[in-house]
Design a protein. Structure first.
Length: 311
């Protein structure tokens, strides 16, 4: 039976900043759309004189959005652990231990943990819809759970067909960010869309760094990731592009009337080191810290951008 620490490790905490980041950007963009911090403190009204959430309402919606994102992220991690483990693709790993592949936990227990996590996301998502009246989030949430499971699950997992980055970009970039912004402001702005694209690219970069590390083992077991398709050199170049482009998309919120979005440029300080490591040709276990560093860079970018758009 797996220990508590092994279950925590299986949740892959280093990926959780990717769940928090889009919520930060969406919250900031949503606040910006309704007039910023001063609006919710003074009780102003939103577009069309519609009432806007008070401080407690904004915090509640942001917290529920975060629970949805965390539930999906952890559920995806356990689902990936289960599906890769029963296929045998985790038998030879360079990265952190997997519960199923290592035999530390029974496959059905890992599968159950995945669906419990998805259940938490579903309950939080329904609550978010009820308080925000953003009904479009229900079908999108269903699609998110299905996409998380079939990433490596089912007979034809799309994560084995070089489409993992598509899932990450759409659901941990666009959907998470725009869903949060919409739940707060009732609409989606240019700032929210630009931020969603930027953080989606960062999430893709984390996955790319992970898959660059696993190119040898994935190739050996027939797991076709985008990194495997591109090859080592091109994959490293694409990773660099993925962490550079979010700064180009800062022009969106700036043009949309949020000049302080430029604060997100300060996160470049965190980006430089992982880019150096990836471009140096590091491989195997030496890339593991880079995955964490890229996640933290994404979180720094999101926090600064969220603050910049909310002020």
């Amino acid at each position: 039976m797996a220990t508590f620490g092994e279950w925590v490790s299986g949740a892959r905490l280093r990926t959780l900043p990717l769940a928090l980041a889009p919520v930060l950007i969406g919250t900031g963009a949503g606040l910006g759309d309704i007039g910023g911090f001063s609006a919710i403190i003074l009780g102003a009204t939103g577009p069309g004189e519609a009432p806007i959430p008070d401080v407690g309402g904004v915090l509640l919606r942001s917290l529920l959005a975060l629970l949805v994102a965390l539930g999906l992220q952890i559920g995806s991690n356990y689902a990936n652990d289960y599906s890769d483990g029963i296929r045998g693709t985790d038998d030879e790993r360079v990265g952190p231990m997997r519960l199923t592949g290592s035999g530390a936990a029974e496959p059905e227990a890992v599968k159950r943990a995945a669906f419990i996590s998805f259940g938490v996301a579903a309950v939080a998502g329904i609550a978010l819809v009820l308080v925000s009246h953003q009904w479009w989030l229900i079908p999108v949430g269903v699609l998110a759970v299905l996409a998380a499971w079939y990433y490596t699950g089912g007979k034809r997992p799309y994560g084995y067909m070089a489409l993992g980055e598509v899932f990450v970009f759409v659901f941990f970039g666009l959907v998470a960010t725009l869903g949060t912004a919409s739940a707060i402001a009732g609409s989606v702005s240019v700032a929210a869309v630009s931020g969603a694209i930027g953080i989606g690219l960062f999430a893709c970069a984390v996955l790319m760094a992970n898959n660059i590390r696993d190119i040898p083992s994935d190739s050996a077991v027939g797991k076709t990731t985008l990194a495997v398709v591109l090859g080592d050199g091109a994959a490293r170049a694409v990773y660099t592009l993925m962490v550079a482009l979010p700064y180009v998309f800062l022009m969106g919120p700036i043009i949309d009337g949020h000049p302080l979005a430029v604060l997100a440029v300060l996160s470049l300080v965190v980006v430089v080191q992982p880019v150096k490591v990836v471009l140096s040709g590091a491989n195997g276990a030496t890339l593991i810290p880079t995955i964490k560093s890229t996640s933290l860079a994404a979180l720094a970018y999101a926090f600064l951008l969220g603050v910049g758009t909310a002020l």
